[in-house]
Write a protein that binds this ligand. Structure first.
Ligand code: XIL
Length: 389
């Protein structure tokens, strides 16, 4: 139990930590006993990151670089609540090389610098994907005017240059994103077609490993949470990668959940991938539900929906907590205003998918997650008569 003389944290009444001492500032290295004052990063004892520190679980968030630095509340929450950050967009190929041959690393560099200042780790997202490619390469990810040989050379250079640029600064790289369809078949992307198969994936992991041998290299996808054709296909595929000694370290479960589909058998899926000798992580969690039409896209149509959302958030976190190899839990942003959901799922309208509302105030989902994390570190022992031996 860590107790700080500087304790100023006020614990939410909904957190079952009564009587447990609160840390109010944390050392530079989470888990370390103390740090030089100049290195100390202050965050509330009841913040998600402080609670995660107690069990070695990184709590992350996707970060919107249009808000970080300019939006005071947004910036403060990013620093105080999270111990890992993922660029929501600025490390995607479309943004790092909008013009062929000219890189723009500036926004991503700014995030890496912010993470260092705030003692956060960075999930690099993402190197190989069919979506958000620069238009000079492909406008839809499935068709291109470039030749197969050109595509192969471009992908190699892209992976090597980007991983080298961030060498030493990235904890986990999403090397390949969304390479399979929901039916379990390989997605017929420009990469798949150029290689005439899935060989581009092993190549990308090898190039990334050469460029930064210390970064953890992940395959990342959605709907792996549910046992089914896609999850099974990815499971079989990463098993063959391991057998071929491809340097893959982990599998990211995006975790874009929706109350209309029921809660997946997530823990089983995390565990079976972990049993292959891989790390696992929940990398893009949000829990959407049906909402009202614009402008109220974050108001659920069903007043009971928030209870389902609380339950999904809690179970998504607990699935990670139950699997020792699950090393990070990352919601895809934290304020409903900045969520990609209302813009993406608008027929019918969905939203209200994150832990903070449109005013950046924590929602009940936040307090449920906070309480789960607090309990994961251990409930305080009862004192007094009847407490046993
Ligand atoms: C989304 C971003 O949140 C949006 O801002 C962007 O317009 C589209 O991409 N899976 C992923 C993420 O791996 O990169 C996506 O992020 C959401 C789905």
């Amino acid at each position: 139990m860590v107790r700080s003389a500087l304790s100023i944290g006020v614990l939410s009444a909904t957190v079952l930590l009564g009587g447990v001492a609160l840390t109010s500032s944390a050392s530079a290295e989470p888990g370390a006993a103390a740090a030089a004052p100049s290195k100390a990063v202050r965050y509330p004892a009841d913040s998600l990151r402080a609670l995660g520190d107690r069990i070695g679980l990184r709590i992350g968030t996707a970060v919107n670089m249009d808000e970080l630095g300019s939006n005071t509340d947004y910036t403060k929450i990013t620093a105080e609540q999270f111990s890992s950050v993922t660029p929501e967009n600025v490390m995607k190929w479309q943004l790092v090389e909008p013009t062929r041959g000219t890189y723009d690393w500036a926004p991503a560099d700014r995030l890496v610098a912010f993470a260092k200042t705030n003692k956060q780790l960075v999930r690099g997202h993402t190197l190989v994907w069919h979506s958000q490619l620069p238009t000079w390469l492909s406008s839809d990810g499935y068709t291109t005017t470039l030749s197969n040989d050109e595509l192969k050379a471009l992908l190699k250079k892209h992976v090597q240059d980007q991983v080298k640029h961030f060498k030493g600064d990235i904890w986990q790289w999403d090397v390949v994103n969304e390479a399979f369809d929901d039916d379990g078949k390989p997605r017929q992307t420009v990469w798949y077609k150029a290689w005439g198969g899935l060989g581009y994936i092993a190549d990308a992991f090898r190039w990334a490993h050469e460029a930064d041998p210390k970064a953890l290299l992940f395959y990342n996808d959605y709907n792996l949470e549910f046992t089914g054709p896609k999850s099974n296909a990815v499971y079989d595929f990463v098993k063959t990668l391991k057998a071929q000694r491809v340097p893959i370290d982990g599998v990211g479960f995006q975790g874009h959940l929706d109350t209309q589909y029921g809660f997946p058998d997530l823990q089983n899926n995390l565990q079976r991938f972990a049993d292959l000798g891989l790390k696992v992580a929940e990398t893009e969690v949000d829990v959407r539900t049906f909402t009202q039409a614009a402008p109220n896209v974050n108001t659920p149509t069903d007043p009971l929906a928030p209870y389902a959302q609380e339950s999904y958030w809690s179970r998504a976190l607990k699935a990670c907590l139950a699997v020792r190899e699950c090393i990070s839990f990352t919601p895809w942003g934290f304020g409903d205003t900045y969520s990609w959901i209302p813009g993406w799922f608008d027929n019918p309208q969905e939203g209200a998918a994150l832990l903070y509302d449109a005013d950046l105030k924590p929602k009940s989902q936040y307090y449920v997650i906070q309480q789960d994390l607090a309990l994961a570190a251990g409930a305080p022992r009862r004192n007094g008569p009847g407490a046993g031996h």
